[in-house]
Ligand binder design. Sequence first.
Ligand code: GTP
Ligand code: MG
Length: 199
Amino acid sequence: MRPRSASFVISAARPDDFPPPGLPEVAFAGRSNVGKSSLINALAGVDGLARTSRTPGRTRLINWFKIEPVKGPPLHFVDLPGYGYAQVDRDMRASWRPLIESYLGERPALKAVALLVDIRRGAEDEELDFAPWLIDRGITVIPVITKADKLGKAQRLPVAMKVKRDLGLKKEPVLFSASEGFGIDELWRAILRAVETTA
Ligand code: GTP
Ligand code: MG
């Protein structure tokens, strides 16, 4: 499912810098260090497209990427800054939350939000708030469990089922690993389905 092309478009620190709406968009949200940028690179099949780091809070801007899937129209992937990192929260909360909320709340091109949850953490307070916030706004949520390689195979599905229950989701989360490269095709299918059904 590797796309035909993937390229960086623009970064934005404030709503005035958002690119004009045009292409259908899928945003990637989750705790700082959950693996958002790594997941985007794995979906795109391009190492280093989105910057990854061991240091939490690396992505502080909203970053847009243009993706041309093998099938269907071109899309924007939108890498959102991670939440929940104490250091960054102290310094940046004042500017971040409005930035993310203004994106999620006023973006007609937004087709779905992939909500990422670390397999070793499960759903925590932020996700328990965030998932209903998205659902209330009619935004399609695609749940994803990241770093699934960190648990043995038999332990993965129970975590996915618990996250589904905890967040009151209809869909089962995709078990994903950027480092071992599994879950990529399944997540691509979920993304293309969301883009088609909300077109
Ligand atoms: P911020 O931009 O800081 O919010 O982080 P992020 O959510 O974009 O996470 P990023 O992709 O930068 O990854 C954070 C760390 O987790 C890096 O050290 C990655 O190598 C590691 N990581 C990401 N995906 C996986 C995975 O599937 N498996 C494992 N084992 N490690 C991963
Ligand atoms: Mg990142």
